[in-house]
Design a binder for this molecule. Structure first.
Ligand code: MG
Length: 402
C-alpha cells in the first residue's frame, strides 16, 4: 500500500493532541527513536509550555494551538521556520500535511472527529486513539475510509490487542472477541454506594494514568461501552459477538476466541506506549522502555463477569448499536456533557447514567451521510444533554470532595 511506511525508513508522523497523555507518550517514543520518526505536524491544546517545548524540540513544519495561545506562540516561534495555526482549522491543517504517512489521532472527545476526518480524506494511515471518530462517525467514517484508501490502526489497548491477535488470521474463524475491563475504581460497589461517589474518588483510577474525561469514563464503565461500539466498526463484528470480562490486573489487554475453541490473548505490563508504538511504527516491535512482563511475579490473573445491574453502561452501549442509527452518537454526546457536569459538581456520579438513558431515548434512526450531517446530529444531541443536565442538576445536592 502506498501509505504504508517502508521498514527502516523514517516514518513521517503528525500528532493530533500532542500535549495530552497519549500525545506525550508518542513523543517519548519518537525521542528514543530519532532514526525512525520525523515529526511533521503537532496539534496541541491550551498548554502553552508544552506547545513551545514540543515545537522547539521536534521542529514540526506546522504547530496548531488553541486560539487563546495563537498570537503569543506565533511571536515566540518567529524566525524558527515553524508555521503556527490555531483551533479546529489548525488541527485539520496538521492532519492534511503532506509527507506524514501516519497521523496519530489523540484529541479527546468529539472535537477529534473533524481533524481525523481530514486525515482520512487525505488517505493517511490513522493511528486511532480517539474513540469518538468511530463512536460518533460510525458507518459514515467507515465508508469514507474505504473510498479514500485510508487505514485505521487502533491505539486503544483492547483494540490493539485484538488487531495484533488477528495478524495472520481470518475473521471467518472468529467466534467472539473478549474485551478486558479493569473494572475501574468502583469494582464490587453497589448502586447505593455509587450514589455517594465524589469527584476525587472517581478520578482515582487503579491501573491506568489518563486524562480526567477518560478516567471518569473508566469509573462509569462507559469507556468499555464506547470500546464495544468502536470494536463493532473497527472489526465489522456484531455486538452479539463482543463480550466483556473484568480483569483487574490489566495484563491481558483483550482476546479473540476462534471456532476451534482456541483463544489468542495479547499481554503485557499495562502501558499505553505499547499500543502507540505498534500503531505509529507501521506495526513493528520497537524497544520502548516498558518493563517486561514477569508472570511469576504477577502470580494470579483474575476474571469476573461485569456487574450490569450496578453499571448499566455496557448494555446501554450494546443497545445503542442495535436499536437506532444515531444511538451511539447520542450516547456519546450525552456522556461528554454529563461527565463535564459531574466534574464541575453539577450532577452526581449516578446522575451521569440518567443523562445517558434520557438522551439516548431521543436518538433518530437515520444514519448521517456526511460530516455536516454528523455535526448537526452532534449539536442536537448536545443540546438535549444540556437540557437533561439542567433538569437533573436542580434535583439534589452533589458530593464534590471525598
Ligand atoms: Mg481502552
Amino acid at each position: 500500500m502506498a501509505n504504508e511506511p517502508t521498514t527502516g525508513a523514517k516514518v513521517g508522523l503528525s500528532i493530533l493532541g500532542s500535549s495530552g497523555s497519549i500525545g506525550r507518550s508518542a513523543l517519548d517514543i519518537v525521542r528514543s527513536h530519532p532514526d525512525r520518526f520525523r515529526i511533521r505536524g503537532l496539534a496541541c491544546g491550551k498548554n502553552l509550555d508544552q506547545a513551545l517545548l514540543q515545537a522547539r524540540e521536534f521542529r514540526p513544519e506546522l504547530l496548531s494551538v488553541d486560539e487563546s495561545l495563537y498570537s503569543h506562540v506565533r511571536e515566540e516561534l518567529s524566525g524558527t521556520g515553524i508555521h503556527v495555526q490555531a483551533g479546529v482549522e489548525g488541527a485539520c491543517a496538521v492532519a492534511a500535511l503532506p509527507d506524514a504517512e501516519v497521523l496519530l489521532s489523540a484529541i479527546v472527545g468529539e472535537a477529534g472527529l473533524a481533524p481525523t476526518w481530514e486525515g482520512i480524506r487525505n488517505g493517511r494511515t490513522v493511528a486511532l486513539a480517539n474513540k469518538e471518530t468511530l463512536v460518533v462517525g460510525g458507518q459514515t467514517v467507515i465508508d469514507r475510509i474505504k473510498s479514500k484508501g485510508a487505514r485505521l490502526v487502533p491505539v486503544d489497548s483492547e483494540h490493539s490487542a485484538i488487531y495484533q491477535a488477528m495478524r495472520g488470521h481470518s475473521w471467518t474463524g472468529v467466534r467472539r472477541i473478549i474485551l478486558t475491563a479493569s473494572g475501574g475504581p468502583f469494582f464490587g460497589k453497589t448502586r447505593a454506594d455509587l450514589d455517594q461517589v465524589s469527584r476525587d474518588q472517581a478520578l482515582n483510577h487503579p491501573t491506568w494514568k489518563m486524562g480526567p474525561k477518560i478516567t471518569i469514563d473508566s469509573a462509569t464503565l462507559l469507556n468499555k461501552g464506547l470500546e464495544l461500539i468502536e470494536a463493532r466498526w473497527l472489526f465489522d463484528i456484531p455486538s452479539s459477538q463482543i463480550d466483556v470480562v473484568v480483569h483487574r490486573q490489566s495484563i491481558i489487554h483483550s482476546m479473540v476466541e476462534f471456532e476451534d475453541a482456541s483463544v489468542l490473548a495479547q499481554m503485557g505490563v499495562p502501558d499505553m506506549k505499547g499500543p502507540i508504538a505498534y500503531a505509529i511504527s507501521g506495526e513493528e516491535r520497537l524497544p520502548i522502555g516498558v518493563p517486561f512482563l514477569d508472570l511469576v511475579k504477577t502470580g494470579t490473573l483474575t476474571f469476573f463477569p461485569p456487574d450490569h445491574e450496578t453499571f448499566p453502561a455496557i448494555r446501554l452501549a450494546a443497545r445503542s448499536i442495535a436499536r437506532t442509527g444515531q444511538g451511539p452518537l447520542y450516547l456519546n454526546m450525552a456522556n461528554e456533557v454529563a461527565v463535564q457536569a459531574f466534574l464541575e459538581g453539577r450532577i452526581s456520579f449516578t446522575g451521569i447514567f440518567d443523562i445517558w438513558e434520557r438522551v439516548m431515548a431521543e436518538a433518530p434512526e437515520a444514519v448521517p451521510e456526511s460530516l455536516d450531517e454528523i455535526r448537526r446530529a452532534v449539536s442536537r444531541a448536545t443540546a438535549l444533554a444540556h437540557d437533561a443536565v439542567a433538569k437533573t442538576g436542580s434535583m439534589g445536592s452533589v458530593p464534590v470532595c471525598s
